[in-house]
Design a protein around this ligand. Structure first.
Ligand code: DGJ
Length: 696
């Protein structure tokens, strides 16, 4: 059978049948609608849960064992291998669920598969211990087969300020894993693992992607053995003893998203972006945002910040965010985390006057927190040193002079919740930037004698965020973790924005935004114009390049505008106006990226879902080796409609656009494309294509 019968990512699989083993999946592909729905497929497949009895021993999807106390001591190693037999099947158009039992171990299993708007599917497993004793679970992964002609893998790595660096490698026999072990995806996160036909690109090649919707420890990988197909696997990475199931207890994996596309990486991205736009938490078009971090760092002075707010309003900003440094003793990054009240030395009248100024200027007011963290130099740490995640007997290494607050202690969770709630109740806050600036290293809990608490901490983080969201429904939330260290499809259901990276140098940002967009729609990705000379790289870049780069995300500013010239302020205002007038398209259309032969250039853009208009950019990053220029092929426009192509930017390149008074059909733009001559390095050329009313 196939699931689902409608268009999108499709599993071709055995019909799950009561009394039979877990169904095997023969293929994953993007297929069109086919209401009849039952294709015959006899190829050897891979079940959604790989069990060892089948003979595919390269990598089991379930690893664990039962422990019982008997007269001769502890009996470990029981029920370490399973053969589940289906005992229940529920199927509708969009949902498939089957339950199974393994009689000998007393384990119960449920697999849920959901078809999502946009064409992705998501899968999760639940394991239940129905026997006496404890079942210690080490791994429960979701697997799907990789089509045999998908022989290349793409995934990502990175670092602070350099997130989402693509890595490609061939699929080989054995197991290739990319794990996150720091209690969050991290700046080095794999993000999404894609298998595809050789040389797959943005607009071509068949691909299957997998990502784990979890903000804690994760495992993503590909495995290939002599038997059966290669397969992708994904799930939560569990530390020893984290999941110990007593009789009647269950563990459910995070959702594992699987996406197939016939049209390359853009097809994958489009499926995910479309689903994100159906979420009840989706932000809609984003306000232009000034964040003060790179303008003042920890140097908070009310008069300076109010001046910055006035300039923000002058250039068209709609939101003003006060970053790190406003709370008790937080004059640098050595102290204060854990003591969430306004510092009266810096803010003698509290934050209300600044919030009033910001609101009076017509902007929303945002505030920074890092709720899961604690500085050893804080009142909270001195009162409760046991509220720090730690293995038995010692503290983990400090990072940025801080430790992680153990939210699995109810009292710690309630204390930080109450502190944040008090600030958010006392101050009219419309936006919270929620940061997370260190790894969870050796994250044990004193509540369990130092046993690992990554899983419980991740759940407690989401519970804390949701509790505050419920108390303060007017607030929009941004996830930040030293930049883009917590961007995942778990957190996305709880927030409206991500801070994409602490790298605000536009040249470096071009690559980071390009690849973060593989997972997340552009409206989520904070993209700010920073100072002319980058604080991260020391490189000086022109304002139009910086602004044109920010235009394609959740646009904003990260710059001390009190030092900007009048001419620059006017120019920023023009860019802000462009953003505000086009954001419905930029943040509602279909993102595409061009496969250009010139490695020094990026072509990309957004096409309206109905094909009525597009905005297209050619970013020239470095000097091109040739004078051949670049051809941008723009997919998704209406083939028969003719489009007028005009420059979009503060300065019109010519009064009538790059094609003079000509128009060009959607079919031609998609196939022969639009040629642009070689551009100067560190420039971005932005074009708008709108329907022309003229007949052909
Ligand atoms: C890391 C974030 O990514 C920055 O934008 C800023 O908020 C600092 N933390 C503040 O400490």
């Amino acid at each position: 059978m196939r699931f689902p019968a409608r268009a999108g990512t499709t599993l071709g699989m055995d019909v799950p049948a009561v009394g039979e083993p877990l169904p095997s999946v023969g293929y994953v592909a993007q297929l069109p609608d086919e209401p009849a729905g039952d294709l015959y497929d006899a190829r050897p497949g891979c079940p959604l849960l790989v069990e060892q009895w089948r003979g595919n021993v390269v990598r089991p999807g379930i690893v664990g064992h039962g422990v019982v106390a008997g007269p001769d001591g502890l009996g470990a190693g029981r029920s370490w291998t399973t053969k589940f037999i289906v005992d229940r099947v529920v199927r509708s158009d969009d949902r498939l669920e089957f339950g199974a039992v393994d009689e000998s171990s007393g384990l119960g299993f449920t697999c849920e598969v959901e078809a999502l708007a946009g064409g992705a599917i998501r899968i999760r497993h639940t394991l239940t211990n129905r026997a006496a004793g404890v079942y210690l679970l080490d791994e429960l992964s979701v697997s799907v087969p990789i089509p045999d002609d998908h022989t290349e893998l793409l995934e990502f790595t990175g670092r602070h300020g350099g997130e989402r660096v693509p890595q490609r490698h061939p699929i080989v026999d054995g197991v290739s894993l990319h794990e996150s072990r720091a209690g969050k995806p991290g700046c080095e996160s794999a993000t999404i693992l894609v298998a595809g036909t050789p040389g797959f690109g943005f607009a071509h090649g068949r691909v299957v992607g997998m990502t784990v919707a979890w903000s804690g420890n994760t495992r993503l990988g590909a495995a290939r053995g002599a038997q059966g197909p290669a397969f992708l696997l994904g799930g939560e990475l569990l530390q020893p003893g984290e999941i110990a199931l007593g009789m009647g207890e269950s563990y459910t994996t995070p959702w594992v998203f699987v996406i197939a596309a016939e049209d390359g990486l853009d097809g994958l991205a489009h499926a995910l972006h479309t689903w994100q736009r159906t979420l009840p938490t989706h932000p809609g078009p984003q306000p232009a945002t000034l964040n003060v971090w790179e303008a003042v760092y920890f140097d908070h002075r009310q008069d300076k910040l109010e001046e910055l707010a006035r300039l923000a309003a002058r250039v068209g900003m709609e939101r003003f965010v006060l970053d790190d440094g406003w709370f008790h003793l937080r004059r640098n990054d050595h102290a204060g985390l854990g003591d969430w009240w306004v510092d009266p030395d810096v803010w003698p009248d509290g934050l209300q006057p600044l919030a009033d100024t910001v609101h009076g200027l017509g902007m929303a007011f945002g505030l920074w927190f890092e709720p899961e963290m604690i500085n050893p130099d804080s009142g909270l740490f001195r009162a409760h040193p046991e509220w720090v995640l730690q293995p038995a007997g010692r503290l983990p290494l400090e990072q940025r002079n801080q430790q992680v607050l153990d939210l699995t202690h109810d009292a710690a969770w309630t204390t930080v919740r109450d502190q944040l709630d008090a600030v958010l109740t006392a101050t009219p806050v419309d936006f919270v930037k929620w940061d997370h600036n260190r790894d969870l290293l050796e994250a044990g809990s004193t509540a369990r004698e130092g046993a690992p608490a990554f899983h419980d901490q991740t759940e407690a983080y989401l519970r804390l965020l949701d509790d505050l969201r419920q108390r303060h429904p007017q607030i929009a939330w941004e996830s930040c973790a030293s930049g883009g260290g917590r961007i995942d499809l778990g957190t996305i259901e709880h927030v409206q924005r991500f801070w994409t990276s602490d790298m605000t140098d536009a040249l470096a940002r071009q690559r980071i935004q390009r690849w973060t967009g593989q997972l997340v729609a552009p409206e989520y990705l904070g993209a700010h114009i920073s100072a002319p000379t980058s604080h991260q790289t020391g490189r000086t870049l022109g304002l139009d390049f910086r602004a044109g780069t920010a235009l394609f995300g959740s646009f904003g500013i990260e710059w001390d505008l009190t030092g900007a010239s009048e001419a620059d302020l006017d120019r920023i205002a023009e860019w802000t106006q462009i953003y505000r007038s086009h954001r419905a398209l930029l943040q509602g259309g279909r993102t595409f990226r061009c496969d250009l032969p010139d490695p020094t250039a990026h072509g990309y853009g957004v096409v309206a879902e109905d094909g009525s208009e597009a905005i297209v950019a050619l970013a020239q990053l470095d000097e091109s080796a040739s004078n051949r220029g670049n051809t941008l092929r723009i997919p998704g426009l209406q083939p028969q409609t003719r489009y007028r192509v005009v420059w979009l930017g503060p300065v019109a390149e010519s009064a009538t656009g790059p094609l003079g008074d000509q128009t060009i059909s959607g079919a031609a733009l998609a196939t022969s494309g639009l040629w642009l001559p070689r551009q100067r390095p560190e420039t971005v050329s932005i074009l708008h294509m709108g329907c022309s009313n003229r007949e052909e």
